[in-house]
Design a protein around this ligand. Structure first.
Ligand code: NAD
Ligand code: UDP
Length: 319
């Protein structure tokens, strides 16, 4: 039985990864300090014999007894409101946390996959973004704490690969959504759906002409799984190239939720990228992967999930 360590296990993507590796018949060790995650996302796994959970901050020395075959490092605040509120922890988990996990992978002779992001491209001057684009990131802007932590994470991972011969993978994840996102995490999909369900106006930042390309979680997990199982160690974009402006997206949410909410315009946060769309040629070629779930279908499932939550969740304050 393969033994897998997943950091950030109680978060959105981490919990779906735990489910996937359990389904693959692995022994899964989830690790999380619960700073933005929630044990509810993995409570269904606690009764299983092939799952265990460590409540641990990965910026502190990480020790796991026994053999490990795979490590997936997903611990990190991921939503702009989270990483702006805890900027130093964000830098530490990308830098010190990644260093600890690379050290653990080396000790255990395990393959390690790290969760990078489309944010390494910053506010991109090239469109769509392919892996050979170096990016346009402000080191000192508010988002720099996340973007630069992830860029460092890629660099130290490549250094361990080149210097120690470590078996590494780097996934650059583009905006992903689905069940288990937090309603109050500030990202645009839970923000708009939460507003519609509370009968509030939808808040568009800036003029709404900025674009994003949203990937459904099942597609993302499949891409990550295939990358881990491949022998490719350079970064690979995983995302859905179906691009939309935030303004049009707000209209889609109003239709989906069958509400007659209005939109209101708020200032665009500093360094908010104006356009984002993954070039997924590499994932297609190397992993034979492309997204299968349309935005219409993925959003329908996601809306049902948010609607099914207890109503107090709708009014919970952010962390
Ligand atoms: P999330 O906030 O739901 O999950 C992150 C998890 O990491 C949380 O459970 C949190 O408690 C945990 N964590 C944070 N710091 C920790 C620490 N020091 N020690 C242990 N655990 C810690 O976010 P998510 O959307 O699931 O993102 C997961 C990963 O994927 C992150 O690394 C993020 O940067 C990356 N990513 C996500 C997206 C996306 O669209 N969801 C896009 C790009 C990259
Ligand atoms: N956004 C918005 N209203 C909101 C939340 C977000 O208009 O209530 C915008 C945000 O400015 C950005 C886009 O939606 O341009 C996606 O934001 P999100 O936080 O989901 O992800 P990221 O900026 O990291 O891609």
């Amino acid at each position: 039985m393969k033994r897998v360590l997943i950091t950030g296990a109680a978060g959105f993507l981490g919990s779906h990864l735990c489910d996937r590796f359990i389904k693959e018949g692995c022994y899964v060790i989830g690790m999380d300090n619960l700073i933005t995650g929630d044990l509810k996302n993995i409570e269904h796994l606690f009764k299983l014999e092939n799952f265990e959970f460590y409540h641990h901050d990965v910026t502190k020395f990480v020790h796991v007894p026994g053999q490990l075959d795979y490590i997936l490092h997903f611990a990190s605040p991921a939503s702009p409101i989270d990483y702006l509120k805890i900027p130093i922890q964000t830098l530490k988990v990308g830098a010190l946390g990644t260093h600890n996990l690379l050290g653990l992978a080396k000790e255990k002779n395990a393959r390690i996959l790290i969760a990078s992001t489309s944010e390494v491209y910053g506010d991109p001057l090239v469109h769509p973004q392919s892996e050979d684009y170096y990016g346009n990131v402000s080191t000192i802007g508010p988002r720099g704490v996340y973007d630069e932590a992830k860029r460092f994470m890629e660099s130290i991972t490549m250094a361990y690969h080149r210097f120690h011969g470590l078996d590494t993978r780097i996934v650059r994840i583009f905006n992903t959504y689905g069940p288990r996102m937090r309603l109050n995490d500030g990202r645009v999909i839970p923000a708009f759906i939460g507003q519609a369900l509370r009968g509030e106006n939808l808040t568009i930042f800036g003029d709404g002409m900025q674009t994003r390309s949203f990937c459904y979680v099942d597609d993302q997990i499949e891409g990550i799984y295939r990358l881990l199982m491949s022998d490719y160690h350079l970064p690979v974009n995983i995302g859905n190239p179906d691009e939309i402006t935030i303004k049009d997206f707000a209209e889609e949410i109003i239709k989906l939720t069958n509400t007659d909410q209005k939109v209101v315009y708020k200032p665009l946060p500093q360094d908010d990228p104006l356009q984002r769309q993954p070039d997924i040629s590499k994932a297609k070629e190397i992993l034979d992967w492309e997204p299968q779930v349309s935005r219409q279908e993925g959003m329908r499932v996601t809306y049902q999930y948010f609607k099914s939550l207890p109503s107090e969740e709708l009014y919970k304050k952010a962390h």
